[in-house]
Design a protein around this ligand. Sequence first.
Ligand SMILES: [Zn+2]
Length: 447
Amino acid sequence: MMATTNAEKYWNPILETLPQEKLRALQLKKFQRILRWSYENSPFYRRLYHDAGLEPGDIKTFDDIKKVPKTEKSMLRVVQGKTPYPYGDILCVPIEQVTEYHQTSGTTGQPVYQADTWQDWEWWSEAWAYILYAQGYRDSDRVFFPFGYNVFIAFWTAHYGAEKLGCEVIPGGVLNTEARILKMQEVRATAFMATPTYVLGMGDTARRKLDIDPAKDLQIRTITVAGEPGGSIPATKKRMEEIWGAKVYDHVGATEIGAWGYECVCQSGLHINEALFLVEIEDIQTGEFITEPGRPGKVVITALDRMAQPCIRFDSKDLVQLSEEECKCGRTFRLLQDGIISRTDNITKVKGVLLAPTSIEEVVRGILELGDEYEVIIAKQGDIDDITLNVELLPGQENNTGTIKNNLVDQLRVKTNLGYNIEFHEYGTLPRYDVKAKRFKDLRKGG
Ligand SMILES: [Zn+2]
């Protein structure tokens, strides 16, 4: 169970241990409130519900929630760029009340603009306080933020959440990677947050360029990751924990939604924050709602308290499955096994087989003779799909390529049902990334 510290005065975990039926009752009440609020204040939502013949009063029971039309990113793009500029008529408050501008990265199309009021910003901090408290952050922690503070939400809200919890916060904004590592060493930071790619990249830079062993020479004990699936891929997590001599915890969130799920110190899966979010899991083929463990489906999510630009029954494209286990921490919030398994828009068909990039990552990162970086290239040879996997050999492994290759091919065959051309590269020669990596390249589309 959780230790008692001064952080208790900032945080009260009562909601996290509510029985499931009480959580459902709370969610229904909050859902009715946000639905009515959006209907009354946003022309976008009013049109959406009017066209579906729905009024807020129609939602009387938890099951009625299914009648409410879903939203998705493409719908937001249609209304944005118009008055009130740039958010469009999804906005539920006068533009003067907006205090925070952020936008999505636009990797999957035109960016989505996101407005928050100060109240929403406090709500974000609260959502992060749940995460950090569950991951063992306390007011004695000195938390370093090695990320570029810019228009992307990234760890902005984690910064405020850490302050809310009483941690000491160090913004490592414009520094380069070396300077960030040296600063963490100088101030004796105890925790930091980054994408899995950057956690591994910083470890590599510390060891190769600064002759610093992060596990021995720094005092980091906790790392919170986000933005990529690596935090819930066992082999990647193990690599990060070994390099840093620290516990690594995953969390999940998105600009349009909020920070909605987190791993606790038990590391047994991702808890859904059911006090602030309603997560429905939908079968991608049948559209049926899934309540049983072990069956994958996509997340349809509502941010129950976000007011300026509400997120109601949003199709997140994240694939998840509920865990069979109950978490030992005592939280009643439902638990997702293996975090975000994949994104529905990341799964590709190769040679007629569905391939999720995360399964390749799990195999590569589990082979200790290989470096952290890899690259997957899918191309067409005539009519046939062809997958090339580029990997880096760690120094000293040059004579073992035969064994490593057989091991890789066998494990990939078991994990993904597909064959691969393996190409070995010298350590340090594949592309490096500072934020989100682009390791998966499908050359079949558009030549
Ligand atoms: Zn737990």
